[in-house]
Design a protein around this ligand. Structure first.
Ligand SMILES: Nc1ncnc2c1ncn2[C@@H]1O[C@H](COP(=O)(O)OP(=O)(O)OP(=O)(O)O)[C@@H](O)[C@H]1O
Ligand SMILES: [Mg+2]
Length: 321
């Protein structure tokens, strides 16, 4: 039986910004997202800039509080108002950010950077060196880097240090927020392969966020597609890439096939969302009247593909995807 490590239900994260004359703007960064991550799987998250990918990641490591919705970790609901409950989230969920240069303290040697995670988790000092020496080769680093400062390392090595810091205290779920987009293509491939090996070796599950559908296809079991805070499609990586159903996913995939420029540049498309009806209705080539008034529910197109689009309303409505 598959075990769900993480279950997210109707998650909303709205930011209220100060405004003029008493009017306050609200950014609906994440607006009604539901998904789960099975033990041992990689759920890919795709979406252009500003679609809410990092906001979801930050909720899942306790950096942001949700406006509403629930997050369950290994079957237990996380109470974001309770420090102990959030501590449980942080204990079990690790994160690696896009830019290793800004996330590593330049004044500390690598050994101390990794040690900080052990100190934060309250691991006894006498165990630190053994834990550090165990994780370093697993992430593909030589032990000599422990005495180096981040500036003496390459981009790929720095990202491996971020991985070591995230995993030196064992985790159930690792969130990778664009972990290779700042790296050269050849280094990117090596780090992706290390991530695949680590997942097996440490029995991890991944939530893998990327602009790059090629990377997501290579890494993911399933892929979730976001558009301005809304989920528009979710399904097996193969279905999403070879038979995309939502007009937005189709656009992403056709860009992947047609354009010679790197996808990471192409996906920064910055479309205008619609604030009424379907979030994609303003630009959708297949827009119908109801798209302008109601955001569609999810329809089950097949056992491993679900799409939020009125074009698919002849299929059954789906609640568990
Ligand atoms: N702390 C915050 N306060 C106000 N607005 C925020 C905050 N954090 C994120 N946002 C807004 O929420 C939206 C989603 O941002 P988010 O960083 O999650 O997008 P993203 O999909 O990760 O984008 P990128 O691909 O550029 O990393 C954006 O409009 C962003 O400006
Ligand atoms: Mg982001």
């Amino acid at each position: 039986m598959t075990t769900k490590i993480l279950e997210v239900n109707d998650l909303r994260v709205h930011f209220r910004l100060g405004g003029f004359w008493g009017k306050r703007a609200v950014i609906r960064a994440v607006d009604g997202i539901s998904f789960f991550v099975n033990e041992g799987e990689t759920l890919g998250v795709a979406g252009e800039t500003g679609s809410g990918k990092s906001t979801i990641a930050k909720v899942l490591v306790g950096l942001y509080k949700p406006t509403s919705g629930t997050v369950k970790l290994m079957g237990e609901v996380i109470n974001f108002r309770d420090g102990n409950s959030v501590a449980k989230l942080r204990e079990n969920v690790g994160i690696v950010f896009q830019d290793p240069t800004s996330s590593l303290n330049p004044r500390l040697k690598v050994r101390e950077i990794i040690r900080e995670a052990l100190v934060a988790a309250g691991v006894e000092r006498s165990l630190h060196e053994e834990r550090i020496r165990h994780i370093v080769p697993l992430v593909g680093l030589r032990p000599s880097v422990l005495d180096a400062y981040p500036r003496q390392l390459s981009g790929g090595e720095k990202q491996r240090v971020s991985l070591a810091r995230a995993l030196v205290v064992p985790k159930k779920l690792l969130i990778l927020d664009e972990p290779t987009s700042s790296l050269d293509v050849s280094v990117q491939a090596q780090v992706l392969n290390t991530l695949k090996e680590l997942k097996k070796e440490l029995k991890l599950s991944y939530l893998f966020i990327s602009h790059d559908l090629n990377v997501l296809k290579y890494m993911s079991t399933r892929i979730l597609v976001l558009f301005y805070g809304k989920m528009v499609e979710i399904g097996s990586a193969r279905k999403i890439v070879t038979e995309p159903k939502h007009p937005y996913t189709q656009e992403l995939v056709s860009n992947l096939l047609d354009s010679p420029q790197p996808l990471s540049e192409r996906l920064v498309m910055e479309h205008q969302p619609s604030f009424t009806g379907c979030v994609y209705s303003r630009i959708c080539p297949f827009v119908m009247e109801e798209c302008r008034t109601t955001h569609p529910p999810f329809y089950k197109v097949s056992d491993d593909q679900f799409v939020a689009c009125h074009l698919f309303k002849k299929f059954p409505k789906a609640f568990d995807f």
